[in-house]
Design a protein around this ligand. Sequence first.
Ligand code: ING
Length: 299
Amino acid sequence: SRRFIAAAAQLGPIGRDEPRASVVTRMIALVDEGRRRGVRFMVFPELALTTFFPRWFIADPAELDRFYERSMPNPDVAPLFEAARAAGIGFHLGYAELDGTTRYNTAIIVDEAGTIVSKYRKIHLPGHREHEPERPFQHLEKRYFERGDLGFVVADAFGGKVGTLICNDRRWPEAFRSLGLQGVELVAAGYNTPRHYPLAPEHDRLQDFHNHLSLQAGAYQNGTYVIGTAKAGVEEGCELIGGSCIVAPTGEIVSVAQTLGDELVTAEVDLDRCREIKANIFNFALHREPDTYGLLTAP
Ligand code: ING
């Protein structure tokens, strides 16, 4: 069977000036905990190496570039790669990527041997492009990142088909279905989700519900496990939701974070269970009607 222990490796707040070495040390502590619990694959959050810098308008390009990785792996993350490989643990890592002069919100999946088996660049970039000083905080992903150009990515890893979404992607059923149509069995989704959404403050109370609703729907409607991992807590004065969790292909949350700090959330997954959904209610070959879905690709 294809059963193993998987984990959401939730991170608490990362300070604007917190060195990467400090964050990597925190991540290695979670790798050590994962080794103790027999984990095979763990999912770190979106932009896991730095604070969520799109909350600020940063005019100085040199200051902005501080938050990006110019190569992956690199000397800052090498200790994490080494610790994970020594523990026989694969991982998902979200980070800001500077590719020449182009900036992406990127995530990689690394297998138990330390090999990068997939790379994804975030496609659904929320927020706004210009400085909007009247907001209590900015959400400038459309300014700081280009739209991903690698498509929706599924790779062979951990005995199955593993896909990646990044934060806002998880709210778009088309993104999940693009992985589902590739036979995905486990989706890794890191996120940084502020509690306060300035344009709709009446929805602050719903952020945890909408997070789980999105992850659970994506899991059920595509017959896949989903591991959603938060950067959580009050980070530089901005409240980020937690709720990291592991969702079964049935849509059931099988394990969930209990804190807003660094926390390893584990559960046994059995990739063969995806068939309960893929072979029945969401048997795409039998029941899906793509020739009626033309509107879905209309702009
Ligand atoms: N963050 C948020 C997310 O999609 C957001 C943006 C927050 C959208 C709250 C809607 C409501 O989870 C990122 N980084 O995409």
